[in-house]
Design a protein around this ligand. Structure first.
Ligand SMILES: [Zn+2]
Ligand SMILES: [Zn+2]
Length: 198
């Protein structure tokens, strides 16, 4: 029940997988159907339900795309994303080799994404903001009508609320929120209706 995003630059055919939740082979075949090459895997954070498909993506691609993650979630990644807490065991896939930094700019063809560090759901949670396209890939920071849970290791409610106030609500209201779970929303919608930020 996690949203995986496959985004691409149509000019170069370069694509990126954000949060390969599961079924890595299916993600790769979807990219191949479009003629896209998966250049990297971007993880919003290291919870197992956002990366359990990374191994499958890596196995089905040659060369395997590098995995990018914020350093503050590396320890969570090494714990298989907390899968054991839920009685599960996963293969987390290739070790992250790209370290996200707050305010770093990521390029996908001519598209630019700004990395925004937004801890609270996990310590190293990041979001990807494309200002030109008015899109924020916000992972488990905020959902339609809700926010990320803060009861897992590394979670902290006040830190999450602060991240939402400073990193999400400072963006334009017509920015689309592409969330880690559930339907998409907009910042304006959540500013008006989300009970956690009234
Ligand atoms: Zn999560
Ligand atoms: Zn999640």
């Amino acid at each position: 029940m996690t949203n995986t995003y496959l985004i691409a630059d149509n000019l170069t055919g370069e694509s990126v997988v954000i949060d390969p939740a599961d079924e890595g082979e299916r993600i790769v075949s979807e990219a191949e159907n479009h003629g896209w090459r998966i250049g990297s895997i971007w993880l919003t954070h290291a919870h197992f339900d956002h990366l359990a498909g990374a191994a499958g993506v890596a196995d089905a691609c040659n060369p395997a795309p590098p995995v990018a993650l914020h350093a503050d979630d590396y320890s969570l990644w090494r714990m298989q994303g907390g899968a054991a807490i839920f009685g599960l065991q996963i293969d987390p896939g290739p070790e992250p080799t790209i370290e996200f930094q707050h305010h770093q700019t990521l390029f996908l063809g001519n598209n630019q994404f700004k990395v925004l560090h937004a801890p609270g759901h996990s310590r190293g949670h990041v979001m990807f903001y494309n200002e030109a396209e008015k899109v924020l890939f916000c992972g488990d920071v905020i959902f339609q009508g809700s926010i990320g849970r803060t009861d897992l290791p590394g979670g902290d409610f006040n830190t999450l609320i602060n991240s939402i106030q400073t990193q999400v609500l400072t963006l334009p209201d017509d920015t689309r929120l592409l969330t880690g779970h559930g339907p998409e929303s907009t910042i304006g919608e959540e500013r008006e209706h989300n009970p956690y930020i009234q």
